[in-house]
Write a protein that binds this ligand. Sequence first.
Ligand code: NAD
Ligand code: MLT
Length: 532
Amino acid sequence: MKVLLADSLATECEDILTRAGLEVVTRPGISQEELKEEIKGYEGVILRSGVKITDKVLAGAERLKAICRAGIGVDNVDVEEATKRGVIVMNTPEGNATSAAEHTIGLLFAVARKISQAHKSLQKGEWKRDKFIGFQVAGKALGIIGLGRIGRQVAKKAAALEMRVIAYDPFISPDITTQYLIQRTNTLEEVLSQADFITIHVPLNASTRNLIEEREFNLMKPGVILVNASRGGIVNEKDLYEAIVSGKVAGAALDVFEVEPPKGNKLLELEQVIATPHLGAQTVEAQKAVAVEAAEQMADALLGKGVRNALNLPVVNPEEFAQLQPFINFTERMGIFLMQLTGCGVRSVALIYAGEIAKKNTRLVTDSFLVGILKPCMEEGANLVNAPSLAMEKGIDVSVTTSGLCGDFTNLITAKVKTETAESAVTGTIFNKGDARLVFIDGYTIEAVLEGMMLVVYAKDRVGLIGGVGTILGSEGINIARMAFGRKKAGGTALLIVNVDNPISLKALEKIEKLEGVESVRLVQLPSNGKQ
Ligand code: NAD
Ligand code: MLT
């Protein structure tokens, strides 16, 4: 499998991927046009902020399985389109937070004390001490917008600088603000109107684009200082320019821009502005950390060793994932089996979890069942990433409940599928040693293994039924691997499931259909064990 490094990444990235047995191609500086073509040959792409993975880039990326952003911001990846295509999108959220927070504090001092302006002046041979009178930060109110990983680290460092920290982040629990001794505000307006310094640490998305524009500048204290080391586009650059020129904003430090590299950006002409070229994460330590995390995550994802920091998969830790893995494998098989019994055109599915499994986070187990019901009827590949959105797109109603009724079993999973014309329900369990069995099919008690080629026969329970089926299969040279039999009452309808080792011909199926008392015969094909 091949991985494209579409940005410059620390050397550790390539080393780790190569050691994992993956082929690596490094193309830092690749253009968008080149990327559209190049991406077609890869299973994985690792990038930073140098390229954009848009819907157009993804259009030809048939082999692509995983994208990893070495860093946190995924505003340069079309996550929705990747999800529809079943491509995992990961980031490395921890690796550069400390460096980004340190850079923020650096910018805060630099703008408050006019350090780069003074440096430039000195380089010109000037000695203008009165021109560069700055502001002390101790005792001032620092308003933090966005109290995630970076915002919290900035809060901690600012508190050590004796700043009074106030913050706005509607999505975090009050415990965090208490823990970090931060004054929490309930509205953005409150933080804007109280702060002497404002720093922004939110992701760029539809709701944060232009979060700070004319209206917000009007709410700020006169002479406020603004730092933005999050993303260009969160602060409206035209309105910031006006706010600085009008004197409302005394100074701004910018690490990020609406267009990078900035072209003809008037903000860079203002002496109240200091700027760095997106350097927040540009430290030896952060670059090594994100490169290592991205490479390890990519190798694990492509080699089936688990997925971490995925933005389009439910969050489960590796230990939980290991416990869920047998159920994930089994429910996909249950879905494939049911689809072949009912046929395509599913309207609704219902999953009922009982026993130990009901106490776990079953999102992936349910998604895996959806993969099973979607796979036999769709040309494009359904997988754990895109199954929920594909099911929704197809108008399939999915319900998940838990039940206390588990009988003698440790865990039970019941799956019901309804199409326009048919419905079917199966219940399965995983025994302690990891053996997975179907234990009920449409009300028949049975013990069937979901693997390989399976013959599903409904017939009147009579002497000679099993022998009749066995004789036909034997005469065709078909070896029987397993056989399971269930009936509700003697002489009523019985269910016979036969796992066979060789393909069954149409002729043999017709012969079985013609046996006395046979009501229906279906051939169901499942992956052989361990090969889903
Ligand atoms: P994070 O996901 O840990 O935290 C983001 C926080 O923003 C979350 O707590 C979220 O609740 C909050 N938030 C979202 N929308 C909000 C809103 N409208 N108002 C207030 N709060 C809101 O992310 P992080 O690691 O702290 O990084 C923040 C951003 O910084 C990243 O998304 C990235 O774009 C940027 N970043 C820049 C650099 C750089 O080099 N300059 C480096 C790393 C990260
Ligand atoms: C990030 O989102 O992690 C930053 O923008 C850092 C970077 O990629 O340079």
